[in-house]
Design a protein around this ligand. Structure first.
Ligand code: ADP
Ligand code: NA
Length: 326
């Protein structure tokens, strides 16, 4: 028997990269042992920032493929698409009535979004944390795993639950606990910024070994090391950070030593990383290729997830409507 229910959502960003993998997916997979997990591809959230929805279906499919290949097990966990269970939109509307607007516009995450898209500050953008709250409480999650940057949104969800329950003198909505996950900030191939698709500094999991090596060879190393004969500093090198994750302790120790005395060059160091990364991802890639043989099976998984999510959602909404007196 499990410790409780976990909910987490991610926008449909298509093929996942090493940042997604180390920062989120690995944790999703691990949580399945101890919790009943619901993993949601939040396509409605994506509408707040997308300029076009052209790729949304394909991105959802590719992301689901990566999740399943990485070990999210649809027999254990519920994997589904947010918009397939429209009760979340109903709950969003209801929760928006107990949400002071000023609280939303004061959130640092909102201010950041306004900076990013000043010409498209739509109501959905302001209400993003309310929709996230609706996701969490519709499925009565006990626990929401988030990085520190999203913690304020779960705190917001807790406050919203308290406001709702107080206003309608009920206890139907459950206050979720925050599970602060130690999310490593994976740096991109530029060696500076957070790995991200939009910055095009990412390494996709689903690349071929050859493509992987090609991208890895573009990685920026210690900028002060100009020539092969210069000693390098692994402490400021993103390739070394990657070795710490994907290479053996012996290899890490060897690079740490040899880089500093110019015993190993950046080219060989990156080749070794590419080799180890490819070895690590080989089983994932095999599973992914097998799953991709039958795209309908992926859609079936998402439909089955929808069915199971709907049961919970309908139950919650019946209780919510009843509590309000609708
Ligand atoms: P979302 O907007 O839904 O969070 P992202 O694609 O930005 O979508 O991220 C999906 C998940 O992957 C999030 O949990 C995020 O924290 C994690 N993630 C994305 N990029 C990185 C990165 N460079 N380092 C660590 N974690 C990352
Ligand atoms: Na993000």
């Amino acid at each position: 028997t499990k410790k409780g229910r976990v909910f987490s959502g991610a926008r449909p960003t298509g093929r996942q990269h090493l940042g997604n993998y180390l920062g989120a997916i690995q944790n999703y997979v691990a949580l399945q042992k101890e919790y009943d997990c619901i993993y949601c591809i939040v396509d409605v959230h994506a509408l707040t920032t997308l300029e076009t929805t052209r790729d949304i279906k394909n991105n959802t499919y590719e992301m689901a493929l990566d999740w399943l290949a990485a070990g999210i097990d649809p027999r254990e966990s519920i994997v589904f698409i947010q918009s397939h269970v429209p009760q979340v939109m109903e709950l969003f509307t209801i929760l928006s009535m107990v949400t002071p607007l000023g609280k939303l516009t004061d959130l640092p995450t909102f201010k950041e979004k306004v900076r990013m898209q000043p010409n498209n500050v739509n109501l959905g953008l302001v209400g993003y944390p309310v929709l996230m709250t609706a996701d969490i409480v519709l499925y009565k999650a006990d626990l929401v795993p988030v990085g520190i940057d999203q913690a304020s949104h779960v705190e917001f969800a807790r406050e919203t639950v308290r406001s709702f329950n107080f206003r309608y003198n009920t206890s139907v909505l459950k206050e979720p606990d925050i599970k602060l996950t130690e999310v490593p900030k994976v740096i991109g191939t530029d060696g500076q910024q957070k790995m991200s698709k939009s910055l095009n500094n990412h390494i996709e999991l689903a690349l071929t070994p050859e493509e992987t090596e090609k991208v890895v060879m573009t990685m920026v190393t210690d900028p002060a090391r100009k020539r092969r004969s210069d000693p390098g500093n692994p402490d400021v090198c993103n390739v070394f950070s990657m070795h710490k994750v994907f290479s053996s302790p012996e290899e890490v120790a060897m690079i740490n030593l040899e880089c500093r005395r110019a015993g190993i060059g950046c080219v060989d160091c990156k080749k070794l990383f590419a080799k180890n990364l490819n070895a690590h991802l080989a089983p994932f890639r095999e599973r992914r290729a097998a799953l991709a043989q039958n795209p309908d099976d992926i859609l079936d998984v998402l439909r089955d997830g929808e069915r199971r999510a709907r049961v919970i959602a309908e139950q919650t909404m019946a209780e919510v409507r009843d509590a309000i007196g609708l």
